[in-house]
Write a protein of this length. Sequence first.
Lengths: 114, 114
Amino acid sequence: NAGVMQNPRHLVRRRGQEARLRCSPVKGHSHVYWYRQLPEEGLKFMVYLQKENIIDESGMPKERFSAEFPKEGPSILRIQQVVRGDSAAYFCASSPTMEAYGYTFGSGTRLTVV
Amino acid sequence: TQLLEQSPQFLSIQEGENLTVYCNSSSVFSSLQWYRQEPGEGPVLLVTVVTGGEVKKLKRLTFQFGDARKDSSLHITAAQPGDTGLYLCAGAGNSGGSNYKLTFGKGTLLTVNP
């Protein structure tokens, strides 16, 4: 049983480009969470999604960031018009229930904006 | 202000020594988790504690949740080089908040020298 799969592992984008980060949850998990880890800071919650629904996006910047978890396919975190401050490690986690007890994290996508 | 304060930030010890790291907060959490993160990887869940005063053991690791559910400690006995990593504590449901959203500390970076 594969864990949470994230790709790409590393992503380099120039300022102003778009970044698309993908996350396939553990098979059978319908709850997906995205966290961001900035240098010198802890992991910060961004968004919580269930299939086709955004449940809580309170940690997402209001502009340029969006997330989806379609009925078929992986969850996508999309960052438009990236800036240097978006450089960070982005982690996806999934769980079988709407609680933090059963979190499984992926290995992350390291975004570098040049 | 960091909701979860971890101490020490850095710890370098010799193989065979014992150590304790701490996770403190002024908020009450419904559950608290400890993770270990290695460079370039995502956090891996070690334990979840949910009851005030609870003690859980995982081989040489002992986890304790404070009686008031505001703090926790991780004690490692006879540390080994394989224990090297970033230890993160994360709380859910602080002060009656969402149980699906984790608040992370900045972590304790442990290095065990052979």
